[in-house]
Structures are given as structure tokens and as C-alpha cells.
Design a protein around this ligand. Structure first.
Ligand code: SAH
Ligand code: SF4
Ligand code: F3S
Length: 439
């Protein structure tokens, strides 16, 4: 039996693509092994979103190069966004790589592995969905559902449109059939994935058209699916029907990830985000009006080219005002082939770092304050397994997407009630309600 080792970098899209790659490999008779040394096939599913992602990968590739030199019959494969963005150069710069493929060519890996000549081959068209491939999920009760691939936005900092191509939506009937299959396998929580989920369906042919809100309603209706999440919506396309769905659909969780990027309308324009500060804050107000307790999270970039101190202060103001439950904060990183990489007014690293620290202070303080509203409440938690810090306790997530460490005896995949005793910006602690009432 052949053995493979796969390392995944990047976002949920890549995690999901890796599940498909694993499913496909196992259907070809490969078995997963925990170390690269033991593998006949060494695979990487790569990311290129920031420079740091590239640098991390290079270290890992170094090890693959050494292992390949030790036993040349090993096969080294590199898939994903970095691979796509390096397509002209990958074999030249990394001659030990046998097969390279972009996110739109995952099924081609099977073709390569089953072909007679395993010489360097690259597959980079945007043509195929891995949707029909089997998948090997990390947890049997949670699943990703890829509703679309690609992105039609042109955010000036972002490499994704060039690595994942134009937006293509999957047919709603195909998606619902997939959710029904997942539910039959015991999945209780699905997370719908797309670069801009709100524009889902616009490219579908007449007769098969569905809006994102309609898709959510159809997923909600599938028997056995208790929690539905999605990521990411784009503020420019966030409409009231989707916000109302959070009230109307019992399974749709009280959490929305609404990427801000910057609080300055001037910077947002230079980023080509196509909304301004007011419009963003209007969306937040609409969400809070319909779903007052909704958790809000976001992505923010600091140190975009030309960002002035006053413009950065506007980002701090918005973070103070919105009071996010959590935020992913990034230092601007110039990416090959993007417009912002060529902007003349790049900021020095010291300024970017200093702004990042000031932003983190606001984000963490606000998240900590926000989390206190959960203390004393009894909340529904989907159990994920033992706590990472203390094996004797359990870990799970609330519908608001807060991690909870708690005392209890439930099994992974169960939905339980947890009485929350304390909260930090990152997580909650408590005890399973039936235990709490005994104590
Ligand atoms: N499609 C998703 C985001 C995908 S990338 C969306 O639009 O919401 C995830 C996050 O990485 C982005 O929201 C952005 O905050 C960050 N990011 C993307 N390119 C970046 C760059 N060049 N430098 C720093 N952060 C970046
Ligand atoms: Fe990148 Fe913008 Fe598309 Fe998100 S919406 S993937 S940030 S181009
Ligand atoms: Fe995701 Fe990284 Fe590609 S964030 S879409 S894997 S560049």
C-alpha cells in the first residue's frame, strides 16, 4: 500500500480542498501517515495570501527536497494557491517537485498518479470542481460545503482572484444533495464556503438561479443539520434577506464574519473594496437591529500603502464603535501581481508593527468586554472533544462561535447546555448544565 503525507496551509477553502484530496487518495489505495519520512507521496496544499505564508512553505519544501534526494522514488506534489501563483517558475526553481497543480485542478492529481510517466507536470486551468470527489473529514459531525469557487472582486491587495479564478457557483440542487448526504453520515454542522458568499448564484443559468438567502433556507430545511454557518460575506453585497435569515432559520448561527479591512473611506477606495465607512457601519446597524445578540468578527489590514496616521485612527474608531467579538488583524503584505504591491507609498515595517499593536489593544479589550455578556448564561455547545489545555475537560463551540472549555461528560458531536462561569477575549469556561445544577 502506498503512503501519503499532506500538509495544509491557508484558509478553510484549502482545508476543504485537502479533505477532497485525501478522499481521492484513499480511494486510489493510499493511506495517510503522520510523518513525511514515512511517505511515498509528499504533498503540500499551499497558500500565498501574505509573504509569511510563502516563507513558511519554503522551509517545509526544503525538507521535501532533502527526503527526495535520499530516496528519489518518492513523489513530491505541490497544490493550491502558491503553486498557482508560481506556475511558470515552480519546476525551474524547485526541480525536485514532480507535480504542481492549482486549486482548480485537484482531480488531476489522480490522473498524474495513475499515469505511466511521473515526470514533472503542471496543471493550472480553472476548470474543475472537486465537488464530486469523496472527502475525508477531520470531524465526522462537522463539514464544509463549498458553494462557489473564485472571486470576481478586484481588491487591490489580494492575490486570490489570480489563484482561484473567476467566480463560479455550484447548482443549488447539487449542494442540497450533498448536504443531505452529509446529514445521513451524521454531520450536524455545515459551514458554507465562498470568497464572497453573498454573490452566490448570480452566475447560475435561468431556472437554476437561487440567491444566497434562498440557499441558506434550503440547507436549514435538511433534516439533521442543526447548525449552519458561512464565510465570508462581502459587506458590499450583504443584504437584508441574509440578515433576516439569522432570525428566521433555526439552524443559522448568531455569528457573522464581516470583513472591514479599513475604517477609512479613502483607504477602502484605494483597496477597491467598493463600500465606504458609512455603508459598512450601516450594515452593522442592520445586523444589530435584526439580531441584537449576533457575534460579529472581522478582518482588518493595517499599514496599507499610503495609510496616514489619521486614516489608521479611523480604523481604531470603527473597531471601538463596532465592538467585534473577535478580529483577525494583518499587516499589509505586498503580493506579486497585485495592484497595491506597485503603489509608491509603501510604509516602513516599524510603522506597520506599531499600528498593529495599537489595533490589537482595542480589538482584545473590546472582545473581552463583549464576551462578558455570556457569563451566567446557559448556552448550547457543540462538543468537539477534550480541551487542548486540560485533557480532563471538554472543548466545544457556542452558536456565537466562541470556544468553550468546560467540565462535562458528553461525547464529541453532542449538543449540550453549558453554564458559562467566565469569559476572556478568546474563550469561555463553564460546566455542563446538568453537572452545574448538581453542584
Ligand atoms: N474573500 C475573503 C478574504 C480572503 S483573504 C473576503 O474578502 O473576506 C482573508 C483576509 O486576508 C482578507 O480579508 C484580508 O484581511 C487579508 N489579506 C488578504 N490579502 C492581504 C495582503 N496582501 N496583506 C495583508 N492581509 C491580506
Ligand atoms: Fe480577495 Fe477581495 Fe476577493 Fe476577498 S473579495 S478574495 S479580499 S479579492
Ligand atoms: Fe485561501 Fe491562501 Fe488561497 S487564504 S484562497 S489558500 S491564498
Amino acid at each position: 500500500m502506498k503512503r501519503y503525507h499532506l500538509t495544509t496551509f491557508g484558509c478553510q477553502m484549502n482545508e476543504h480542498d485537502s479533505e477532497r484530496m485525501k478522499g481521492m487518495l484513499e480511494s486510489l489505495g493510499y493511506a495517510e501517515v503522520p510523518t513525511r519520512e514515512d511517505a511515498d507521496l509528499i504533498l503540500f496544499n499551499t497558500c500565498s495570501i501574505r509573504e509569511r505564508a510563502d516563507n513558511r512553505l519554503l522551509g517545509h519544501l526544503g525538507e521535501a527536497k532533502r527526503l527526495k534526494a535520499e530516496s528519489p522514488q518518492r513523489v513530491v506534489g505541490v497544490g493550491g494557491c502558491w503553486s498557482q501563483s508560481m506556475k511558470e517558475r515552480v519546476f525551474e526553481q524547485f526541480p525536485f517537485v514532480d507535480v504542481a497543480f492549482g486549486p482548480g485542478q485537484i482531480p488531476k492529481l489522480a490522473e498524474f498518479l495513475t499515469s505511466d510517466s511521473l515526470t514533472a507536470q503542471g496543471y493550472f486551468e480553472f476548470e474543475s470542481f472537486p465537488g464530486h470527489l469523496p472527502m475525508k473529514r477531520a470531524r465526522e459531525f462537522q463539514a464544509w460545503l463549498q458553494v462557489s469557487v473564485g472571486c470576481n472582486s478586484v481588491c487591490s491587495y489580494c492575490i486570490v482572484p489570480s489563484t482561484r479564478g473567476r467566480e463560479v457557483s455550484r447548482h443549488p440542487a447539487e449542494l442540497i444533495a450533498e448536504v443531505e448526504r452529509l446529514a445521513a453520515e451524521g454531520v450536524r454542522e455545515v459551514t458554507l464556503l465562498g470568497q464572497n458568499v453573498n454573490s452566490y448564484g448570480r452566475d447560475l443559468p435561468r431556472g437554476a438561479k437561487a440567491t444566497f438567502a434562498e440557499l441558506l433556507a434550503r440547507v436549514d430545511a435538511v433534516e439533521g443539520i442543526e447548525r449552519v454557518r458561512y464565510t465570508s460575506p462581502h459587506p458590499k453585497d450583504m443584504r437584508e434577506d441574509v440578515v433576516r435569515a439569522h432570525v428566521e432559520l433555526p439552524s443559522l448561527c448568531e455569528h457573522i464574519h464581516l470583513p472591514l479591512q479599513s475604517g477609512s473611506s479613502r483607504v477602502l477606495k484605494a483597496m477597491k473594496r467598493t463600500y465606504d465607512r458609512e455603508r459598512y457601519l450601516d450594515r452593522v446597524a442592520m445586523i444589530r437591529e435584526h439580531v441584537p445578540d449576533c457575534a460579529l468578527s472581522t478582518d482588518i489590514i493595517v499599514g496599507f500603502p499610503g495609510e496616514t496616521e489619521a486614516e489608521f485612527s479611523e480604523t481604531l474608531e470603527v473597531a471601538e464603535q463596532v465592538r467585534y467579538d473577535s478580529a483577525f488583524t494583518f499587516v499589509f503584505s505586498p503580493r506579486r501581481g497585485t495592484a497595491a504591491a506597485d503603489y509608491g507609498d509603501q510604509l516602513p515595517h516599524t510603522i506597520k508593527r506599531e499600528r498593529m499593536e495599537r489595533l490589537l489593544e482595542v480589538v482584545q479589550r473590546r472582545a473581552h468586554e463583549r464576551a462578558q455578556r455570556f457569563v451566567g448564561r446557559t448556552m448550547e455547545v457543540l462538543v468537539e472533544g477534550p480541551s487542548r489545555t486540560d485533557e480532563s475537560r471538554l472543548r466545544g463551540r457556542t452558536r456565537h462561535n466562541k470556544a468553550v472549555n468546560f467540565d462535562g461528560s458528553a461525547a464529541a458531536g453532542e449538543l449540550v447546555k453549558v453554564q458559562v462561569a467566565a469569559a476572556t477575549s478568546q474563550s469561555l469556561t463553564g460546566a455542563e448544565a446538568r453537572l452545574a445544577s448538581v453542584a
